[in-house]
Design a protein around this ligand. Structure first.
Ligand code: FMN
Length: 309
């Protein structure tokens, strides 16, 4: 299985849809607060809009109060999501401050209560996404208790809270977890292309992987992973395809969000243009333009690039 990892702020419906069209078998949305969701806060609900075109999709919640975590999970089920993921990995201050995310790896009894409440609240699949525990053991204990509570699958990003995104993801730890539980285990961390996808499966014997950072501006990475799995070589995208995907992304943004979608274009387009020659002026101009102007800028840029080749 190959899926899009939760990437808060980058998980607009247009991007999720592109990832699905290029082969992501499942998409995770970025975390939302269980407190906000259980109170049906409008801003929180907007963050987890769902559309049939992106399913199967899992929403992710964080929190340390079992009651509101259960209620938030119920709302996620009601909204039509295919599953709910519990975040035990986020290192952000706003999450740690409420003793949630990766902080719960240091309070395993409470983490178990949270898992139990979510599991009890819904019929849809429940997954747990963790980082490594501070001493390299807590995540194993949490995994065992999550399995005992009836969680359907585990996802491990093998870095500690302290590490943030530094160093390399320690894939050996995913292999270690895989030997300990009987439910599916998915890898998250440093899978960037078809080759690393095959490599993480080989090293860890895990059941699949999530791609996060490497999918930004690069949704065709999922097609490559599926291709490599079938024994095909790695695939490149040519300039024309890149342009067409960008235009499609803009079109989807407008369909889902109208002019408000521009904020996502401003976030994602620099990734789509990464590594292309003479794109810095274009990246700057995009920040100041309307949808129709952005489309024109993209068309002109690629036309110029094509004619210079
Ligand atoms: C911008 C950004 C936002 C993220 N948001 C979330 C999130 O909401 N929930 C979560 O569990 N992980 C989140 N992550 C972590 C990723 O899901 C993933 O575990 C991590 O980036 C390692 O995988 P990668 O090397 O494929 O990026 C985020 C990472 C980034 C870079």
């Amino acid at each position: 299985m190959i899926a899009l990892a939760p990437l808060s702020e980058y998980n607009d419906l247009a991007f999720l849809r592109l990832c699905r069209e290029f082969g992501a078998q499942l998409v995770f949305l970025g975390l939302v607060s269980s407190e906000g969701l259980s109170r049906r806060n409008q801003k929180t609900l907007e963050l987890i809009r769902i559309d049939h075109s992106v399913r199967p999709a899992f929403a992710q919640i964080f929190g340390s109060d079992p009651g509101s975590m259960g209620e938030a999970a119920r709302i996620i089920e009601e909204l039509g999501f295919d599953g709910v993921d519990i975040n035990f990995g986020c290192p952000a201050r706003k999450v740690i401050r409420v003793s949630a995310g990766a902080a719960l790896l240091e309070n395993l009894p409470l983490a178990r209560k949270v898992v139990k409440a979510v599991r009890k609240a819904v019929k849809i699949p429940v997954t747990v996404k963790m980082r490594l525990g501070p001493t390299g053991k807590e995540h194993l204990e949490l995994a065992k208790s999550a399995e005992g509570e009836g969680v359907d699958a585990l996802i491990l990003h093998p870095r500690t809270l302290k590490q943030g995104f530094r160093g390399k993801a320690d894939w050996e730890k995913i292999g270690e977890l895989k030997t300990l539980v009987s439910i599916p285990v998915f890898a998250s961390g440093d899978v960037t292309d078809g080759r690393s996808f095959i490599e993480v499966l080989r090293i860890t014997k895990c059941d699949g992987a999530l791609i996060g950072r490497a999918a930004r501006g690069n949704p065709w990475v999922f097609r490559e992973c599926l291709g490599v799995l079938k024994g095909q070589g790695t695939s490149q995208v040519n300039l024309n395809e890149r342009k067409e995907v960008i235009l499609k992304y803009l079109e989807y943004l407008q369909v889902y969000y109208g002019e408000r979608g521009l904020k996502f274009a401003r976030l994602h387009l620099p990734f789509f243009l990464k590594g292309l020659p003479l794109a810095s002026e274009l990246r700057r101009n995009i920040q100041l333009s309307s949808f129709s102007r952005v489309r024109e800028l993209i068309q002109n840029y690629f036309q110029k690039l094509g004619s210079e080749k």
